[in-house]
Design a protein around this ligand. Sequence first.
Ligand code: AGP
Length: 610
Amino acid sequence: MCGIVGYAGKHHAVPYLLEGLEKLEYRGYDSAGIAVNEPDAIRVIKTRGRIGNLESLIASQRHSDATVGIGHTRWATHGKPNDVNAHPHLSEHGLFCVVHNGIIENYLSLKAQLIADGFHFASETDTEVIAHLLEQNYDGDFVSTVRKTVAMLEGAYALCILCRDFPDSIVCTRWASPLVMGKNSDGVFLASDVTAILKHTDDVFYLDGREIALIENGALTFFGPDGAAGEKQPKHIDWSVSAAQKDGYEHFMLKEIMEQPKAIQDTVSPRISSDKRIVFENFHLTDDEIAHLNRIVIVACGSAFHAGEVGRYVLEKMTRIPVETAIASEFRYRDPVLDSHTLVIVISQSGETADTLAGLRLANEKGAKTVCIVNVVSSSIANEGGSVIYTHAGPEIAVATTKAYSAQVAVLYLLSGYIADRKGLLTDDARKTYVDALLKLPDLIDQTLRDCDDQMKKFAELFIPMEHAYFIGRNLDYACAMEASLKLKEISYIHSEAYAAGELKHGTISLVEKGTLVVALAACSDVFGKTMSNIKEVKARGARVLCVSTSENAAAMNEVDFKVIIPDTLPLFAVTLEVLPMQLLGYYTAKSRGCDIDKPRNLAKSVTVE
Ligand code: AGP
């Protein structure tokens, strides 16, 4: 997710661009830039780092009187965060200039064709492809050139474009990424979301998918996908700027929970080829090295470790390679036995967690193969891993991770299927069934969130007065129970623990008494019956049980007090849906208890110290 802005009006553009970018910095903050249409050329000023770096750079240069410009603050997905990869991007001869929010999934094939046609690339980004395509497609008409160009793109985009031949104009268009615009007597304002333009107008136009807007001499003209000009009614916004940064949600955590369908879509779909094979960029394990792997170790902290617990079951099931997990702060001091036939998978949202980085360095020192699953491009862990598989979850602001956790799990499913396929363990049908289940996840996640939201708001009330809660499950359900427990305790401050359901009788069940709250995760059909037995055990001691399972098991959930039903999917994937009501449970419980949800006490988003 990135932030894009634009201005065309009576005043100097640069101050308006910087003001808008400051409001959008939460959307991405690893580099920033602006472009203004000056009499002799489109002038681009951009730099790695936050908006403040850009402001200093601009202040050190010649003042610009330009009254038309675009700007961008970046969350890197393709290409390291550096000056060259920062937006805006110019076309080969500086005829066009683009800022982009989204992911172009077919950029590599388009880039290869452009290089063959003689274009030269400065950056590693997918966005620069758009700039050169515009120049290649230029027919003298700004709007029709944009229409022809975006018809060649696959993936998500919100674009603001300058053309040197049209110094008073900006053309914008979008597909799957947001773009909004408004105007007042000072000019026309464009942005990724209303946060950046609310100061100037609260009557805004939301661009529809594949619609094109032409801003020219202070006027706004809209063209439908068929090219016909059309009328649009403005929408009145009564949000505050803060509410707008959260897209109207009360907290970033709830916004990020609801962003999970897109986070999984952006993480999975670019890695599925047209013949339904799993493909990775930045992955350097050869088939021979994969064939000779005799052990996999997953190293991480916190929720990333819980994602690793899911990966442990899925990887071992799919690849038939022994898999273990290790908490990074333990792993780094245990002098583990590793060699070149060990694959160490390191998972981290921030890519800066000190213990996890130390675990990666230890694995590298001992000669293990390493793969890093990271959300922040070019972070320390990403830069030191043998291979890197990025989660495309976008910036995660809430301390309690949700969409990044789910994207990590999705990557582990991708990696499991990839290794199994490279080892020849999957028939064509099995591989296609597996890939189809992965591709269906975004819709199933969306359905689960819609189905469970109100219910979990109600069930959260059960937890408000509680001091303790227990989360139990078996196999993948147990892995989910770990994350469910952490989600509750880290933001509602209720003590909770996750327990292997079959292990309760070996001691912990002594804590169960009348009224004890137990959450039983039972979406894994192959152990559902066993978990039902464990539910009976705690019920017999007076516990109240909230059980999560799939609709196919609903009839058998007769022992429980509160049922949460998630959609059916392949049993191996049920855990990706099961965690969603648990995230909502944690959120609504913390909200009911008046806790600081996005910034829980004692916690930091990235623990960069031991
Ligand atoms: C999870 O909600 C917490 N924010 C915390 O456990 C986190 O998962 C852990 O600190 C690891 O962070 P990382 O993924 O950035 O390495």
